[in-house]
Design a protein around this ligand. Structure first.
Ligand code: UDP
Length: 415
């Protein structure tokens, strides 16, 4: 894959935003930074690091990425932590805590922390903070997990580490915690050049529709989500039935199940059972890493729906808005940050509301088009990788210049 340069973003963001990034980076030229996480591939964090680190380096910072090594036993412990942070009841034993400490200690022995700034991503390598006293670096803990409702045993254990960092970063206001250290908020972001978001030709979109045997003779209403009760696939189907009483259209529910998630198969089976015989309700089981297919299905849609009962940030919404799609989504998790009701999309609270709004937009294509247009601009301003980059730069700047309230950049002032 061709390496993307910061200059390439001049086709997607406003020139003054790119200029601001450059001016900030100039102030930080030569700053050495190490990012640490626990996997080189798979999952959103690794994907984001793959994309953002070359951009930092292109801008003149010196950013390295290191991945901690863990055993299966360690990753079982951190998986339990992850579930606990999401509020699932888990049983954490003293031995599990010792495994966590031990693996962090071993990794610390093999690493050095001579950089100016160390950014630790997520709980797995959080224990590396034990090394802080030996070095001059500022330490940042970047949490990508939804921590709005953690079980206290896991959160208390982690807090002992987290509060020794200089600052923390969370992904949404509702994830913020009571902590003795400053907390910054940096929203998740999507990369417009990623396979899931890049522009596609009509031929590429049609190739995917053909593969899934979907015709384009009727409007397409799509939800892309894992087969998970919290994404409310049955609610999507019920909305389909209500809409279809009055308006001819077809629905797609496309998603994957993970082999280690027994509930996924159960949800899929239930949906298949309910929707059997409905030729206009397409259930597509797509394998992991189907980024091109997801992109094409979103682009082929007349309307994108996200009828979740609970949500983290809701990246599917960001992706659809970026593709100028009118999005109808429930007002949960991070969705209301992205959808300003009746401006960048439509917020709903029920199956009936979802069905009503789908019919409304199908009957008012001009309104749908306008929502899509504003939705895209909202993402351009707030949820693209470049915005994420800018916010990191601001944070790094503040760590390098503690107490400085105004940043003077060339002729411009940023508060
Ligand atoms: N996604 C995917 N395949 C699927 C379902 C989802 O690639 O079968 C992608 C989707 O495009 C988005 C991410 O996985 O990028 C899901 O993120 P989101 O925040 O919407 O929900 P989560 O699954 O993390 O709860």
């Amino acid at each position: 894959m061709k390496e993307i340069k910061i200059q390439d973003y001049n086709t997607v963001i406003r020139p003054q935003n790119l200029e601001e990034i450059r001016l900030l980076a100039r102030e930080l030229e030569g700053t050495t930074i190490k990012m640490v996480n626990s996997t080189a591939e798979g999952g959103g964090v690794a994907e984001m690091l793959h994309r953002v680190i070359p951009l930092f380096n292109d801008l003149g910072l010196k950013v390295k990425w290191e991945v901690i090594k863990g055993t299966n036993k360690f990753f079982n412990v951190t998986k339990a932590f992850h579930n606990g942070l999401h509020g699932t009841k888990v049983n954490i034993t003293q031995q599990m805590l010792e495994t966590f400490r031990e693996v962090n200690r071993k990794n610390a022995l093999e690493m050095n922390f001579d950089e100016d700034i160390i950014v630790i991503h997520d709980p797995q390598p959080a224990g590396l903070i034990e090394e802080k006293a030996k070095h001059k670096a500022k330490w940042v803990w970047r949490c990508h997990v939804d921590t709005s409702n953690p079980i206290s045993q896991v959160w208390n254990f982690l807090t002992n580490y987290v509060e020794r960092y200089d600052v923390s970063i969370f992904s949404a206001p509702s994830f913020a915690k009571e902590l003795k250290i400053p907390q910054y908020m940096i929203y998740p972001a999507i990369d417009p050049f990623a396979e899931k978001n890049r522009e596609l030709t009509q031929g590429e979109i049609e190739s995917v529709l053909t593969k899934f045997k979907i015709k384009t003779d009727k409007p397409i209403i799509t939800q892309i989500s894992r087969f998970d009760y919290l994404k409310d696939p049955i609610g999507v189907f019920e909305a389909f039935k209500l809409v279809r009483k009055h308006t001819d259209c077809q629905f797609i529910y496309a998603g994957g199940t993970a082999s280690d998630d027994p509930e996924g198969s159960q949800v899929l089976a239930e949906l298949q059972d309910r929707a059997s015989g409905e030729k206009d309700f397409h259930i597509l089981l797509i394998p992991p890493f189907s980024d091109f297919e997801v992109n094409a299905l979103q682009r082929a849609s007349t309307i994108v729906v996200q009828k979740s009962l609970r949500e983290g940030f809701g990246l599917t919404v960001t992706e659809a808005l970026w593709k100028s799609k009118p999005v109808i989504a429930t007002a949960v998790g991070g969705i209301p940050i992205q959808i300003i009701n009746n401006f960048t999309g439509i917020l709903v609270h029920s199956i009936e509301g979802t069905a009503y709004q789908i019919r409304y937009l199908l009957n008012n294509p001009e309104v749908a088009k306008q929502l899509g247009r504003f939705g895209k601009e909202h993402v351009r301003e707030k949820f693209l990788l470049t915005r994420n980059l800018r916010n990191y730069l601001l944070l790094f700047f503040s760590l390098r210049h503690p107490g400085q309230e105004l940043i003077e950049l060339g002729q411009r002032l940023c508060k």
